[in-house]
Ligand binder design. Sequence first.
Ligand code: SF4
Length: 611
Amino acid sequence: MAFSRRNFLKYAAMSAGGTVLADTPFISAEARAKAEGGNVKYVPTSCEMCFWKCGAVAKVVDGKVVKLEGNPYHPQSRGKLCARGQGGIGQLYDEDRLKHPMILDGPRGEGKYRKASWDEALTLVAKKMQAIADKYGPESLAMMSHGSPGDYFTNVLKAMGSRNIAFPSFAQCKGIRDVAWELTFGHKPGTSCERVDLENSRVIVLFGTHLGENMHNSQNQEFAEAVGRGAKIICVDPRYSTAASKSSFWLPIKPGTDTALLLTWINIVISEGLYDKEYVEKYTVGFDEVKEAVQEYTPEWAAQETELPMRQIVESVRELCRYAPNVVVHPGRHYSWYGNDTQRARAVAILNALLGTWGRKGGMWLPAKAKFASFNDGAPAYPPANKPPVIKGDFPFAGGEGVTQVLRDTTITGNPYPIKAWIVAGTNLMKALPDQRLTRKAIDNLDLLVAVDLFPTETVMLADVILPECTYLERHDGLYKISTREAGVAIRQPAVEPMYETKPAWWIGSELCKKLGLNEYAVKGNGMDAWEGRMRRQAKVGTLILISYPSIPVMSLSQIVKNRISQRIINLFLAPFQKKSNCTVMSWKGKALIRYPNMSRLNILRKTCSA
Ligand code: SF4
């Protein structure tokens, strides 16, 4: 029987009710493997070549991964992987991978290391961490991470009483944008992916967003489809990018002047009465102030600032308004450009509010939400932070992901207290942070630098202890939620055993807890199966709640995962349990804060708005 999406929905629903799956992608995978004969298996998992977390299926022949495919039931991959995702096999079999733990055997930076056992390396790390915590306080331990490993070392640091944990992807990438949108709409414009309904957009505006060149799989698929069905693209980019080549309007703007263009567009939209009056009246506050604030930003002024033809500035925004609200000004992702980035993102959010795109078909979709009960596997609550963390500095709007440079600068100055140890997991700080000299200076101030990584990056080669993590194709990670237009829960699981002496980050973090005498925070059980045991326990107690607009179905997570984890060749991917959320319904009950640009009062305004 051909396996259609409709069939999957039917059988998935049966499974949730406790019925044995009669036909699922997992069994199909087994059937496929059988049909091919030989020692073949297909392992559904989740790609980690980037944050998009596409569902992937690994074809394994004689214990070797030979092919990766996109999981057709995963909303982030839709049966396809991007070029970087295909590189997962290259990463797995790369000769340059870190193969065993190493301990620095000479001055830092000279690259002299000796091979160590896991026991020796972790004992040394634990001993040094404890000595530093005893001398300077646990707050002198910091962790910086990207991707999955961060969870496991966050656990170690919190258990020790430190909250100095930061993720470069916040300040160096999307955090600026997220803060601006939270201050405007009360929500980020997306977490794992932006809430842009490109599938239905009639006009898509891109500010330096290189769809077609970046790796955001499902979004690129939607963008390609939008171009194919004739959606108009307005591309603001000094470079003639792939997206620019598909655009109706390419605005090769002078770098650094995007906000000038946005302010003028807002002025035109208001002064020509092109905004969504009903939406603005119902869902926003501060319209009159915005109107007054942008009056001075005329097309003549913008033409001078941006070096764009005035006619192009005016005609492009009129074209955008012609199709509103089924249009979207893309929020972008990597946002740290010029220093005025928060205000640029605010202007993008305000323009979307004026056009009424939030919650509208072709605009910004409202996410379906997957929730499951938090699960600590019986671990006690973390002790309170010994001292307040220093991850925000002068950035009061920064979120919990912290500003990595602030941790770095504190490591240099020792003010308000010393930072003496870094665990760096899955990020190359020497490349991720601006000004390498400062990063190196901070590292030179450390008593301990531990690097958890796959490859000998510039940062790894400055570490005192190197702990080799295995690739995503060799390990489990935690259950994770999908909250796109569809909601679900997915899993990452190993396609092959870890190569060399590499280990999953969950194991490294857990063993470190044990070495530090923090057994109650370690994963229960021993060996590489311990994580599966943890997921089984989570499945027993967890309740999965899939929230959609407008229905709120509730089902037991244990029902859903029953008997599946043990099969190993399974996929817990559950997203198609519900219909797509209805993009045409405006469910936003608050109001968009479009006052501009009075940032100092925004917190107060936001509270007023929420009330
Ligand atoms: S977008 Fe590409 S690299 Fe990122 S998770 Fe998906 S397939 Fe992997």
